[in-house]
Design a protein around this ligand. Structure first.
Ligand SMILES: Nc1ncnc2c1ncn2[C@@H]1O[C@H](COP(=O)(O)OP(=O)(O)OP(=O)(O)O)[C@@H](O)[C@H]1O
Ligand SMILES: [Mg+2]
Length: 310
């Protein structure tokens, strides 16, 4: 294994309220069968999955000195994630996403001001000697970082050699999908997005054209297609695969689980086809459990399935 991973991005708690009898409406109350308090934020979920896969993972983010902040530190540490670079601020609220899931779909409400205000001055560019890879999560959520990704990457490259970079944009809650991201993309080695994000970012009508456009800018593009699996391009070579059969429960964080699986393969110098298979395994097992982190049983299943394809 080739060094540690550093995640720079979003970290919050997820409150998942599941199995609603119907979507909520103004002025009425709906009943859920189940709920869970979990580690959330794309960066938080990615960190714990990559750590459980065996890559030493650090995360830089910002949380409050409150009950949810304590929960995150304890749970991240329990999964082996290095939490010493997390900024903990007095009298500030740790971010929260409330996810309402019912049979056909889900609704999410995020209150993540600390994450949105996180900026380059919050990053101490010291002690990266063992870092081989930096992953940026939730580009569109990180308002304070959007103008500075290139500066962050060049600062790291100036001080440390051979570090690679990946990014997952996730959704753009503003709905603007502006073109500024094209300034950062040439500096990214692995770009991971879902189907909607690929179409919105490229302004193309179909996924093949979107993949083609992005593959001219980034060496490795991975587009996650939910229950349809994935499609990817690396060095101009096309890869695709269907999803695994699952006992579906909740899709929270499936994409972040996929990303962590892919980066695990990437950091172990596996060929892209193998890394994609591992991502697909992690995504599939993620949807079988409520929340993005999952249980010990989930990680045991992932390890068994990875062994089978090696
Ligand atoms: N119903 C499903 N059955 C099997 N695998 C699934 C299913 N849904 C998702 N996956 C797996 O999870 C991966 C990621 O899913 P998806 O395309 O929803 O990512 P995403 O939109 O980035 O997710 P996120 O909500 O975490 O941002 C898929 O590529 C696939 O491997
Ligand atoms: Mg995603």
């Amino acid at each position: 294994m080739n060094g540690n991973c550093l995640v720079i991005g979003d970290l919050n708690v997820d409150i998942i309220v599941a199995d609603l009898n119907r979507p909520p409406e103004k002025g009425s109350e709906v009943i859920a069968k189940n709920h869970l308090l979990d580690i959330g934020g794309s960066g938080g979920i990615f960190s714990i999955v990559l750590s459980e896969l065996g890559i030493k993972t650090h995360i830089i983010s910002k949380i409050g000195n409150d009950t949810f902040g304590d929960f995150l530190i304890k749970r991240l540490g329990g999964h082996g994630v290095e939490v010493d670079k997390i900024l903990i601020r007095e009298n500030k609220n740790t971010g929260v996403t409330i996810s309402l899931t019912y049979a056909e779909d889900k609704m999410q409400i995020s209150s993540v001001e600390m994450v949105k205000k996180f900026n380059i001055s919050d990053i101490v560019f010291e002690g990266f000697e063992n870092i081989a890879h930096v992953h940026f999560s939730s580009y569109y959520m990180m308002d304070g970082l959007q103008n500075d990704y290139i500066r962050i990457i060049s600062t790291i490259k100036k001080k440390y050699s051979n570090i690679t970079f990946s990014m997952d944009t996730n959704d753009d809650p503003s709905g603007e999908w502006d073109d500024k991201i094209y300034e950062t993309l040439p500096h990214i080695d692995v770009f991971l997005i879902n189907k909607k994000e690929a179409l919105k970012i490229t302004k193309k009508n179909n996924i093949d054209d979107a993949l083609e456009k992005l593959s001219k800018i980034v060496k490795t593009i991975v587009i996650k297609l939910g229950e349809d699996g994935y499609i990817a391009k690396h060095d101009g070579n096309l890869y695709s695969g269907g999803s695994l059969n699952v006992d579906f429960k909740d899709s929270t964080g499936a994409g972040d689980n996929f990303d962590a699986g892919f980066i695990y393969g990437f950091l172990n110098n596996m060929e892209p086809g193998k890394s994609l298979q591992i991502g697909n395994i992690c995504g599939a097992k993620s949807v079988e459990y409520l929340g993005g982190s999952g249980t010990k049983e989930k990680f045991n299943k992932i390890h068994t399935l990875i062994k089978k394809i090696m």
